[in-house]
Design a protein around this ligand. Structure first.
Ligand SMILES: [Zn+2]
Length: 128
């Protein structure tokens, strides 16, 4: 084994360490409060604290052209339960519980996003 291959191994290990650290940070962020924001036509129509949702419930969102989206909210997660959109992609996404995967219903212009609350930042301060 020559010096170059040792160097390569070192770089690979370093990259693995960085990605593990990134995953670790993501897990820490997940412990912050989860706020789901529901947008219709770019306007924020609902803001839900998923961590404080103890009983599951549904929200019906109606569009002007007869569009219906039924959103189901549970503790820590949210999903598009029903939709009469032509593609149904939004329902196939299933439950989401973090901020990396927004649920988008393109035909109805309805978006569900998850935002961390400021707790997540406090957590960062403690972690470092
Ligand atoms: Zn849809």
């Amino acid at each position: 084994m020559n010096f170059k291959s040792l160097q390569l191994i070192f770089v690979v290990l370093f990259l693995i360490a960085i990605s593990l650290f990134g995953t670790y940070c993501i897990f820490f962020k997940k412990t912050g409060e989860k706020i789901a924001e529901i947008y219709q036509n770019g306007e924020l129509i609902y803001r839900i604290n998923l961590d404080k949702t103890n009983d599951a419930y549904t929200i019906e969102i109606k569009g002007h052209g007869g569009e219906i989206n039924v959103i189901e909210v549970e503790k820590g997660r949210i999903r598009m339960k029903e939709s009469n959109c032509p593609d149904g992609t939004c329902m196939r996404i299933g439950w989401v519980s973090d901020r990396f995967l927004p649920v988008v219903c393109l035909p109805h212009n309805v978006v569900i996003k998850i935002e961390g609350e400021k707790n997540a930042e406090e957590f960062d301060d403690k972690a470092y």
